[in-house]
Design a protein around this ligand. Structure first.
Ligand code: NAG
Length: 307
């Protein structure tokens, strides 16, 4: 386990020979925000940084805090996207594919924290599974060509999902998407396993790209403010014991920078945990892949009144 000082030093050594493009989905709060800020700091603002999220005023604040770049290509922008709906994700990825020449780093961290049961969007996707898994699935699937372009130019091309590596559960093939039987706890175990399987699928097809699933551990974030009032004392207690988002972001960036290629599962200290508590067979991986694709296509086909 590298010490925080060593992790900071390793991150500070990041000095790519190319001009980096990084997209942070869910980068307006919590760990996503802290990671985007650390990335801006280590690149001295000399990067194209795209923050995708819902909160424009938060994004404006974050971007204003970035170091002022010295390179003319540098750009820091906010792209609004309510990732609860797959059609919004699709609109965002379509526009990014039209505008961006490539992506070097795609970091996904949109989250939802409560203990309610299944809550469906107008597209019929459970909100929790949607943000933690299906929306991220679609971002990766749609933006893969831009990551390929970076890799084919000899540059870094890395995808990271900030979720719960090592904290998943077994795949229930008769309950894919938890449509038959659902609980917040079950959903909490399902998204990490599905994430592993999704990244394994991609890593097989694109072995020269890096796919990183990290468990950030408990992080003190705005979840306290956003959580249900009855849970606040509990969440606040957990937060008091949790790492500061800035420290956590150092480990997240470390895992991002240090993973060269392939699928890597990382813990809250940036260590590779290998196959620890890994679930899913080859068959389950492909079944979950097909389910995900079908579920997103089904959601996109739903007629939605106003979006
Ligand atoms: C959006 O961000 C601002 C600034 O950080 C914050 O004050 C506000 O509460 C956020 N709004 C929501 C809906 O989270």
């Amino acid at each position: 386990m590298p010490a925080l000082a060593a992790v900071r030093a390793a991150n500070a050594a990041f000095s790519p020979a190319y001009f980096p493009v990084a997209v942070f989905v869910g980068g307006t709060s919590g760990i996503g925000r802290a990671t985007a800020e650390a990335f801006a700091r280590y690149t001295k603002g000399n990067a194209h940084i795209v923050i995708v999220g819902r909160n424009k005023s938060a994004a404006d604040e974050i971007i204003a805090s970035f170091p002022k770049p010295t390179k003319p290509e540098a750009k820091h922008e906010f792209v609004p996207c309510d990732a609860f709906l797959m059609r919004n994700v699709q609109a965002t990825t379509t526009s990014l594919r039209e505008r961006l020449p490539k992506i070097n780093f795609l970091v996904l961290s949109p989250g939802l924290f409560n203990f309610r049961g299944r809550e469906e969007t107008a597209e019929g996707i459970d909100k929790r599974l949607g943000l933690h898994y299906y929306a991220r699935w679609k971002f990766v699937y749609d933006l893969l060509p831009l990551l390929r372009k970076a890799k084919d130019a000899g540059e870094d091309a890395k995808v990271m999902s900030v979720l719960g590596a090592g904290h998943g559960g077994a795949v229930e093939l008769d309950n894919l998407g938890l449509k038959k039987s659902y609980s917040a706890l079950k959903a909490g175990l399902t998204s990490p396993t599905y994430t592993d399987l999704m990244f394994e699928h991609h890593a097989r097809e694109n072995p020269d790209l890096a796919f990183i699933h990290i468990n950030p551990g408990a992080v003190a974030t705005s979840l306290v403010r956003d959580s249900h009032w009855a849970l606040r004392p509990l969440v606040a207690l957990a937060s008091a014991l949790a790492a500061a988002p800035q420290d956590c972001a150092e480990y997240v960036l470390y895992a991002l920078f240090q993973t060269e290629r392939g699928f890597s599962r990382r813990n809250q200290r940036g260590d590779d945990i290998g196959d620890l508590k890994h679930y899913g067979t080859d068959d389950e991986r492909e079944r979950v892949w097909e389910h995900s694709k079908e579920e997103i296509d089904r959601a996109l086909a739903v007629k939605v009144e106003s979006v």
